[in-house]
Design a protein around this ligand. Structure first.
Ligand SMILES: Cc1ncc(COP(=O)(O)O)c(C=O)c1O
Length: 490
């Protein structure tokens, strides 16, 4: 049911009863939106209706907070010829945006439209914002309401659209978008830790994540212990009363070992530690990390979220209290925020992420299945294969095997290089989650910094190839990979 109250000159009612209604509106009810022909509401009230400034500001604040909610409900509103109008979008108990399905949220979630009604999301390519009055500027610096911006390092409407859309996908209260995946990992950890804290992390980590845990945090008095992520006994033994955070990649790079999010979260919560999950390989499409107990989820948006190799970005997701209370002050004062242009790219990426990642995952399963038992391979590592030791956990945690495969070639580095050099469709690169299929030799690129002993302990052999499956035709990819394997002479 939609209800509408018009007021002012049009129907002869006075403004004040309407304002009394607004002021008395229960804050938890997502209703009134007030518009007035082009003028900022508080100015209009002040100049035409001589409403005291304090009341105007309260009304304007109240209406602005509701406006976002009303737009998210998908209701329309319009401006009337005289005076202001108030249009209720949703009665208590009405349909809520969270009832919408994932694909709908990925296309429409978080959208804000300017006065031009643009179809594609606007890029607010501005470093700052102007204020209607000096009082408004002062107030905004004391406390910015929803959709009240100050400076792009603090927030921006295009970035906010991306944050809201990805928070809907992940099922978290809030999100903060960052300049890269590493800005997200660093921000999530450093913003919550202080000297004297203890952290437990899985040993199998992307090189830059390892650098933060091994080199940066200890420099500031944070003690870090590493465990084998799949071994719950090691997690249990490493946790201490002063453990403030646990950190792991839910699917490790490059050997695709899963960490049981639910089990590790339960253990971590017994000592009150915050569980931070780097979920890049699991992808936001298959992630259920929050429902499984994680407190904070981090993505390199550079990977599946963009999915087309265009921009670096990252995002941290979690409870509003953590995102706005702990992380945001750290990020906005240290400069790791996402640019509006990148946010627009990532918004566009989210529109198609569900289709892309599911197709890439199906392709990965087909490739892994076709390559099983190939004479040139020691191992095909893909968690979506029934023969994989963590198949059950993969199904419970993600429901699919994801977009990545690892192939262990017989013949070490020489075989791996011969294979890479024989590929004709799959590209040699070190990105992943892209529309283009990509092959990487971790031992000489992404994991080169590790010594031989460390690589051995993580299962990174000289023959290991990491394969990110793209959107090309599956049979073309299988042909390309098989042809390249056949070309390896060792
Ligand atoms: C698991 C993991 N975490 C974090 C990152 C860092 O992301 P970015 O390159 O966007 O900073 C990467 C990059 O490959 C990654 O694989």
């Amino acid at each position: 049911m939609v209800w509408l109250i018009r007021c002012a000159e049009q129907n002869g009612t006075t403004f004040s009863p309407l304002f009394e209604q607004i002021l008395a509106w229960p804050p938890e009810m997502p209703v009134p939106l007030m518009g007035c022909f082009g003028e900022p509401l508080d100015l209009l009230c002040r100049s035409i209706y001589s409403i005291p400034v304090a009341i105007c500001n309260r009304i304007a604040g109240h209406v602005k907070k509701s406006a976002k909610e009303v737009r998210r409900q998908g209701s329309s509103f319009r401006l009337t010829a005289f005076g202001a109008f108030l249009m209720g979008a949703m009665p208590p108990g009405g349909r809520n945006v969270t009832e919408r399905k994932t694909r709908t949220n990925l296309v429409h979630g978080g959208t804000r439209r300017s006065q031009y009604g643009e179809l594609s999301e606007a890029i607010f390519l501005t470093q700052g914002f102007s204020y209607d009055t000096a009082e408004q500027a002062e107030e905004r610096f004391i406390e910015s309401g929803a959709d009240e911006y100050i400076y792009a390092r603090y927030g921006n409407p295009t970035v906010r659209m991306f944050e809201e859309r990805i928070a809907l996908l992940e099922g978290t209260e809030d999100a903060f978008a960052t300049a890269s995946g590493m800005a997200a990992v660093n921000g999530a950890l450093v913003s919550m830790l202080r000297a004297g804290d203890h952290v437990v992390a899985a040993r199998a980590l992307f090189g830059s994540c390892l650098y933060i845990l091994e080199n940066i945090l200890p420099r500031f008095g944070v003690e870090v212990d590493f465990v084998d992520g799949a071994d719950l006994v090691q997690w249990q033994e490493a946790l201490r009363p002063d453990t403030k955070a646990v950190f792991f990649e839910s699917m490790s790079n490059p050997t695709l070992d899963l960490v049981d999010i639910q089990a590790v979260s339960e253990l971590a919560h017994t000592v009150g530690a915050t569980v931070v999950v780097d979920n890049v390989f699991s992808t936001p499409v298959y992630s259920r990390a929050i429902a499984q107990g994680a407190d904070v989820v981090v993505y390199s948006a550079t990977k599946h979220i963009d999915g087309q190799g265009r921009a670096l970005g990252g995002v941290v997701l979690g409870k509003k209290e953590f995102i706005r209370g702990t992380l945001e002050p750290y990020m906005k004062h240290t400069g790791g925020s996402m640019s509006p242009f990148t946010a627009w790219i990532m918004l566009k990426g989210l529109e198609t992420i569900d289709l892309r990642v599911r197709a890439q995952s199906e392709t990965a399963l087909a490739i892994a299945t076709a390559l099983q038992g190939h004479a040139g391979l020691d191992r095909v590592l893909y968690p979506g294969l029934q023969s994989h030791p963590q198949y059950e956990l993969t199904q419970r945690q993600l429901g699919a095997g994801g977009t990545m495969i690892a192939l262990d070639l017989k013949g070490g580095k020489a075989a791996a290089f011969a294979f890479l050099n024989a590929l004709q469709i799959v590209l040699i690169s070190n990105n992943l989650g892209d529309a283009k299929s990509i092959a990487t030799h971790p031992a000489t690129t992404t994991h080169q910094r590790l010594n031989a002993e460390q690589r051995d302990s993580l299962g990174i052999t000289d023959g290991l190839i990491r394969l990110s499956c793209g959107l090309e035709d599956t049979t073309d990819l299988i042909d390309d990979i098989q042809h390249a394997l056949d070309a390896v002479k060792v």
